[in-house]
Design a protein around this ligand. Structure first.
Ligand code: NAD
Length: 364
């Protein structure tokens, strides 16, 4: 790559941007994926390296500077009170060590690290007013998301009315909507069952045609992440018959873990771990796999523990998220155009990721 002329680098940058845009469109808009995440991540890393090498090729429109994808016209737009960002990634423990050291230097003291699993689902922003859920939105392009309130209120685990006391008049929490592995298997079994029912009732249609049609109507889901995204971003009220049954099952399979806050003036606690305690007391589901750790070695131990255990976690993960726990430090460290400087995602090597890709070209 270092031997590319400027003209060749520009050509490669254009090609990578076009390729990433097409993959992102499939991923964020159609809830499907054309390539494994590792291939997407490798193309993104190559683009980042080329832009670093040739700063004249940098652009605000580059996928390296942007969050997520376009906002679908199927849903009303919701402008986020506070932008929903992505996360910067590291792919090796060495890079993680460097990031931890750099961040402690920037903070100017030893930091409490909030270590969490990176849940493979889709981000949601929930707005509560006087304890009632008033709006649920996807991340969209980070500034504007999609209004999915009608679906969110039917998701078990997203409280429409908070319990406990002391809720702010208005506040926003963020979390990940996902399908647990066991639910995902049940969902695919239902899809298979629906295919069989359609074929059994084919009437005068020949078997091959009926099978093709059944597979188109009820394809196997490729992975829990895309099935979750399509489940939350569906128009259930427009569905009838078996499609309605399948859509409802998909919605019922969704779960939530909260992992952050959005527009919330002055939370009454000092650390994100304390925010989670507060939210759990109000009935918002928090992950059982969250710990506060001090020191680089302790963070690395967390990563190794979950490297061993990841196949037995109730949901799929594609890595670990490490966050600075103290909220005042978040404000101090700030954000880049696409990610907070106070958090990082460590991604496990692709072959180690707990995933059940059946066939990434099939299913939604
Ligand atoms: P990301 O998924 O790597 O990280 C950001 C997201 O992580 C946040 O928005 C949040 O929703 C989520 N998250 C999960 N657990 C979290 C936790 N505990 N704390 C905080 N956040 C948590 O970044 P992205 O911008 O959403 O998407 C980029 C990634 O998506 C790529 O790295 C790739 O893996 C995948 N992708 C794949 C394709 C493809 O074609 N295969 C296309 C586009 C994106």
């Amino acid at each position: 790559m270092s031997e590319l002329s400027f003209g060749e680098a520009r050509g490669r940058v254009d090609a990578l941007r076009e390729q990433l845009a097409a993959w992102s469109d499939a991923y964020y808009q159609q809830d499907t994926q054309l390539v494994p995440d590792a291939e997407y991540d490798a193309a993104m890393a190559e683009l980042q390296a080329l832009e670093r090498m040739h700063p004249e090729l940098e652009s605000q429109d580059s996928p390296t500077q942007r969050v997520g994808g376009e906002v679908s016209e199927m849903f009303a737009p919701v402008v986020h009170g506070e932008r929903m960002l992505s996360l910067d990634n590291v792919f090796s423990l060495e890079e993680l060590r460097e990031w931890l050291a750099k961040t402690e230097t920037a903070v100017g003291r030893e930091v409490d690290w909030l270590t969490e699993l990176k849940i493979d689902g889709l981000a949601i922003n929930l707005r509560y007013e006087r304890g009632r859920l008033v709006r649920a939105a996807t991340r969209g392009d980070g500034r504007t998301g999609e209004d999915v309130t009608q679906n969110a209120i039917r998701v078990a685990g997203i409280p429409t009315q908070l319990q406990g006391s002391g809720h702010p008049d208005a506040f926003e929490v963020r979390g990940e909507v996902f399908i647990p592995v066991a639910e995902f298997e049940a969902l695919n079994a239902l899809q298979a069952d629906l295919r069989e029912r359609v074929i059994a009732e084919r009437g005068a249609l020949d078997l091959a045609t009926a099978t093709t049609r059944a597979e188109r109507r009820f394809p196997p889901f490729a992975n829990p992440r895309n099935a979750a995204s399509g489940g939350l971003r569906q128009q259930l009220d427009k569905k009838t018959g078996l499609e309605h049954e399948a859509g409802l099952a998909r919605l019922n399979s969704l779960r939530l873990y909260v992992h952050g806050i959005g527009d919330w003036a002055d939370p009454p606690v000092a650390a994100q771990s304390e925010v989670y305690e507060l939210l759990a007391g109000w009935d918002l589901p928090t992950s059982p796999h969250v710990e506060v750790r001090r020191g680089t070695e302790s963070v690395l131990e967390f990563i190794e523990e979950y490297r061993e255990r990841r196949a037995s976690i109730e949901h799929e993960i594609d890595g670990i998220v490490v966050k600075v726990d103290n909220l005042a430090d978040h404000a101090e460290l700030g954000t880049t155009s696409r990610a907070p400087r106070w958090a990082i995602a460590y991604k496990y090597p692709p072959e180690e990721v707990h995933t059940k890709l059946l066939d990434i070209r099939v299913g939604v």
